[in-house]
Design a protein around this ligand. Structure first.
Ligand code: ADP
Ligand code: MG
Length: 238
């Protein structure tokens, strides 16, 4: 039994079918990267795993348990968005600790967890600032801190680096990879950047127009593409 089983998932928005039956089995410790052109359904799939969007058909199993109808807050899954989605009026510490506060974790314990995560992300000197006083890269770290502090079973990232400049994107990529290795975390990560996918993934799922084109290791997808679309998208040698 896989850790997370995406079982023939479909999504319709009115007349439009956005996901046409997606099957992916994710194992504990996997770094699965979903790639594909803009509009192919990556965010929709991630939102469904997080519980932010309803599932039209199919089943989501986490540790063998059906979670289709489980409330997002009860899923033990943390998501990092492209826009960071920080609370502008709260300090960095407040943003990182918000989820713990909602779960009534005592203040001292909360502070300890916030400081531990802030240290890991090298933002311990920014804890009393507001998001408006931070650079893009620093905001991105706060968004990651908010996810990390909950110690969820599963992390979801939706293009977390796409608002950063090229240099910072490469630095953060390295850090995310190290975090994955250090924590042994299970991650589903969305990007439209093939190089980011190749560097980060243990496995890559290539999507096109709501369908899975190939699922494999970076090496398999790049060197042995299933079809011309995958080859073209991944920039495989011809
Ligand atoms: P990606 O993240 O791969 O760029 P999305 O999952 O955001 O793609 O979107 C997939 C498709 O679903 C797009 O055609 C988009 O316009 C459509 N879509 C997404 N959300 C909605 C919605 N709430 N209502 C109608 N269509 C939507
Ligand atoms: Mg998207």
């Amino acid at each position: 039994m896989s850790f997370l089983h995406i079982n023939n998932i479909r999504k319709h928005f009115g007349e439009t079918t956005v996901l046409k039956g997606i099957d992916i089995a994710i194992e504990q410790g996997d770094f699965l990267v979903l790639v594909g052109p803009s509009g192919c359904g990556k965010s929709t799939l991630l939102n469904m795993i997080a519980g932010l969007d309803s599932i039209s058909d199919g089943e989501l199993l986490l540790n063998g348990e059906r979670i289709n109808e489980v409330h997002p807050a009860q899923r033990d899954i943390a998501m990092v968005f492209q826009s960071y989605a920080l609370y502008p009026s709260m300090t960095v510490a407040g943003n990182i600790g918000f989820g713990l506060e909602m779960r009534k974790v005592p203040k001292a314990e909360r502070r300890e967890a916030i400081e531990r995560v802030a240290k890991m992300l090298q933002i311990e000197n920014l804890l009393e600032r507001k998001p408006g006083q931070l650079s893009g890269g620093q905001r991105q770290r706060v968004a990651m801190g908010r996810a990390l502090v909950r110690e969820p079973q599963l992390f979801l990232f939706d293009e977390p680096l796409s608002n950063l400049d090229a240099k910072l994107r490469v630095d953060m990529r390295t850090e995310i990879k190290q975090l994955h290795q250090r924590l042994g975390a299970t991650i589903v990560y969305v990007t439209h950047d093939q190089i980011e996918a190749m560097t980060l993934a243990t496995r890559i799922a290539v999507m096109r127009a709501g369908e899975l084109q190939q699922l494999g290791t970076p090496h398999q997808v790049y060197d042995d593409p299933n079809n011309l679309f995958v080859a073209g998208f991944m920039g495989s040698p011809s």
